[in-house]
Design a protein around this ligand. Structure first.
Ligand code: ADP
Ligand code: 5GP
Length: 191
């Protein structure tokens, strides 16, 4: 794909680990990064804004975009479709801006296949118990939905071996610092 100096950073990991929280804090501290707003067919939560948190699409619209090749990657996650809009990512990279994706492990590996130079960061929980407590504390899923997410945990954790880095989200600011160090090392041409 396109050769640019800018990098694509993929922040991924299990549901409830804190991807959204960490990405928000990362973006607020570093305005040289562009956040890719994903498209989804899932229902908007009360505190979410269309175009800010996600582009909320109907299933028909989403699948039409899949057909037209508009997604860099897309996946069915917990019975809803989620996808990264190719045009936004490629435009930002071409303009020299680093891009951050916050996506599931399936999507992260699709991106790595298409763009091997993408930097994959696995956000890991301090423990399975803490992850469960964060999912429950968020109060956005039913007990049944949480159980589904828990079932995927072992598989998702096993995907870490395909990532360039693992960052433990024990404390948000510490995790953000570690990701910023990864970005800084990449800019300095170090691994
Ligand atoms: P994800 O986007 O990975 O599904 P969220 O960012 O929604 O996860 O975080 C899940 C819950 O955990 C939220 O209630 C959030 O406030 C909380 N959380 C995130 N990071 C931490 C942390 N480092 N310590 C304690 N709670 C956290
Ligand atoms: P939520 O519904 O809780 O916002 O997100 C559910 C899962 O979908 C999370 O693991 C999140 O990272 C993932 N996700 C969000 N956007 C995308 C995307 O564009 N592509 C893929 N593959 N996963 C996504």
């Amino acid at each position: 794909m396109t050769e640019t100096k800018a990098s694509l950073y993929v922040i991924s990991g299990p549901s409830g680990v804190g991807k959204g929280t960490v990405c928000k804090a990362l973006l607020s501290r570093d305005d040289s990064l562009a956040y890719s707003v994903s498209a989804t067919t899932r229902q908007r939560r009360p505190d979410e804004i269309d175009g800010v948190h996600y582009h909320f699409l109907t299933k028909e619209d989403f699948m039409a975009r899949v057909e037209r090749g508009e997604f860099l990657e897309w996946a069915n996650v917990y019975e809803n479709c989620y996808g990264t809009l190719k045009s936004f990512v490629l435009e930002q990279l071409a303009s020299g801006k680093d891009v951050v994706l916050e996506i599931d492990t399936n999507g992260a590996l699709q991106v790595k296949k298409l763009m091997p130079e993408a930097v994959l960061v696995f956000l890991a929980p301090p423990s399975a118990e803490e992850l469960l407590s964060r999912l429950q504390g968020r109060e956005t899923e039913t007990a049944e939905e949480i159980a589904k997410r828990q079932k995927c945990l072992e598989f998702e954790l096993s995907q870490q071996v395909f990532y360039d880095y693992t960052v433990v989200n024990d404390e948000v600011e510490r995790a953000v610092d570690e990701i910023r160090q990864i970005i800084a090392r990449r800019h300095a041409g170090q691994k």
